[in-house]
Design a protein around this ligand. Structure first.
Ligand SMILES: Cc1cc2nc3c(=O)[nH]c(=O)nc-3n(C[C@H](O)[C@H](O)[C@H](O)COP(=O)(O)OP(=O)(O)OC[C@H]3O[C@@H](n4cnc5c(N)ncnc54)[C@H](O)[C@@H]3O)c2cc1C
Length: 488
């Protein structure tokens, strides 16, 4: 598969005229028109001939690999077609084909959506994975929307540069940046979306647009944190890089009996520690029915001893397990990501955004939810990531990411077999539900990159929802990009 050709991309950008299309996608079969009228079956072969990239249809060689995403739980979702794009024209052609044939159309980047939002039954998947070229000049990196996080870091490392991103090496830059992007640099440098300077995007009308604080500023704002799949298919990003300095790491662990004190201490740390210090907290259900408690911390000053001591002092007791290390940029990326690749993994997860510190009863409820999971032999974790610091500030040009004043994000995560039984899935869901219930009083909503089935999509957007709806009305008036996981 060839890389996205920048010249083709630029040519397409200048040549595309706005096309006044009507109609909107829905989940009906392509040949079932309104009021029972039959519409012509999609001309898949004609569509295939017009593509530079490849189309995979059910039953064809390569379809099984093309339609899978990271979480095997979604393997049973079978799109009517998957386009692996080769040029930006393929994105536009796919959108026009989906519109004409009333197919639901979803973009796919790294394929790590928690709910399988980058695949769709009977619809069209537009896989931008081949658009993975990366270039660098003057502290700015230009990244094709198909690039994966490890590739971006490995490339930038050659220039002594980095980016604030999440940790999984195979997460796509597209889904990550469009929904926010949290990681160890969040407090020092903000979210991934905050570093985006401009994007190239094909909107629902098939028009190729460059968006920035001065070009289509409302769409630029909306795409920075408004979540993937809502407003168009992004083909590339320009991002402001940061220095690839050494990172100081700490890992502290405490016995289960200290869990409440550690949670209180972590909350103080999230609120009061310097922006250069970051620590996430893991409260994990163990298979022997107990709960383990540990924090992984990073200091972007290069030395983590002071940050570790501050967390211990807020907890009010020394950790029983303790390690402090220093890592270069790429060592840190590999350490945090568990390597340079990641195998497909089954899981169920969700989130709550903490509007402020949890009170004692809420903390006890959280611990109780993990303990109950441990007793039920569910592999369940509450993973708390701090916000604050630079993440509390709106970046220049603004961003739709809604949780600037929040203390942090709790991720409820349950590991599962690739194809779990309905009993295992129900037990994992019970853990998530009891977690949400336990912290409801302190929760402002959810983090859209940890989107969850069965929860109102609008609850991921807080105070940005009204303005996002206005951007949607302007750039996707017929609600073409519409699935169960798009806001409305
Ligand atoms: C193992 C793992 C670790 C993670 N770690 C972190 C972390 O450390 N920090 C963090 O913030 N998040 C993390 N996440 C969450 C991750 O940020 C989201 O799942 C993200 O949406 C994945 O992006 P993707 O491109 O890989 O996924 P995809 O499934 O391809 O896309 C996600 C959403 O974006 C849409 N989309 C994809 N490409 C485009 C495009 N080009 N244009 C428009 N829309 C598009 C899709 O339709 C879908 O709705 C993690 C997820 C996993 C599975």
């Amino acid at each position: 598969m060839s890389q996205l050709d920048r010249r083709t991309l630029l040519k397409a950008g200048s040549a595309l005229a706005a096309v006044g299309l009507t109609g909107c996608s829905d989940s009906k079969p392509a040949n079932a028109g309104p009021e029972g009228l039959m519409v012509a079956a999609p001309d898949w072969n004609g569509f295939r001939r017009g593509l530079n990239g490849k189309l995979y249809r059910p039953g064809e060689t390569g379809y099984d690999a093309a339609h899978q995403i990271f979480n095997p739980r979604f393997d049973s979702i079978r799109p009517a077609g998957v386009v692996r794009i080769s040029t930006v024209d393929d994105v536009r052609e796919s959108i026009l084909f989906a519109r004409k044939n009333k197919l639901v159309c979803v973009p796919k980047g790294g394929g790590h959506s928690y709910v399988g939002a980058s695949t769709v039954s009977n619809g069209l998947v537009v896989d931008v994975g081949a658009a993975r070229s990366i270039s660098y000049a003057d502290n700015v990196v230009t990244v094709g929307a198909g690039a994966k996080l490890y590739d971006v870091h490995a490339f930038l490392d050659k220039y002594g540069r980095s980016l604030p991103t999440g940790t999984c090496p195979t997460v796509g830059i597209a889904g990550l940046a469009l929904g926010g992007g949290m990681g160890v640099h969040t407090r020092s440098y903000g979210l991934t979306c905050d570093r985006v300077l401009s994007m190239q995007v094909v909107t629902a009308d098939g028009v190729f647009r460059t968006v920035s604080p001065t070009q289509e500023p409302e769409l630029f704002w909306a795409l920075r944190g408004g979540g993937g799949g809502n407003l168009g298919i992004v083909t590339s990003f320009r991002l402001a890089t940061i220095g690839a300095g050494k990172l100081g790491f700490f890992r502290l662990s405490w016995p289960e009996a200290k869990a409440a004190a550690v949670l209180r201490g972590w909350q103080r740390f999230a609120h009061d520690a310097p922006a250069t210090a970051w620590a996430n907290l893991h409260i994990d259900a163990q298979s022997n029915g107990t709960v383990s408690v540990h924090a992984v911390g990073v200091s972007t000053t290069g030395s983590a001893a002071a940050a570790a001591a501050q967390l211990e002092s807020f907890v009010g007791s020394k950790a029983t397990g303790r390690s402090i290390t220093v890592k270069t940029h790429l060592e840190a990326v590999k350490y945090l990501g568990g390597g340079t690749t990641s195998p497909r993994t089954g899981f169920l997860a969700g989130s709550d955004v903490l509007r402020g510190p949890m009170d004692a009863a809420t903390i006890n409820g959280l611990i109780g939810a993990v303990k109950a999971a441990a007793r039920a032999k569910v592999v369940g974790s509450a993973i708390l990531d701090p916000l604050g610091g630079q993440a509390a500030k709106q970046p220049a040009g603004g961003a739709a990411w809604p949780w600037r004043s929040a203390l942090g994000v709790i991720q409820w995560y349950s590991g599962l077999a690739p194809h779990p039984s309905s009993t295992a899935l129900r037990a994992a869901q019970n853990f998530l539900t009891s977690g949400h219930h336990a912290v409801a009083k302190a929760s402002a909503g959810g983090y859209v990159n940890y989107v969850e089935a069965g929860r109102s999509v609008n609850s991921y957007y807080g105070g940005s929802l009204t303005r996002l709806r206005a951007a949607k009305k302007k750039y996707d008036p017929t609600n073409f990009f519409h699935t169960s996981y798009t806001f409305s």
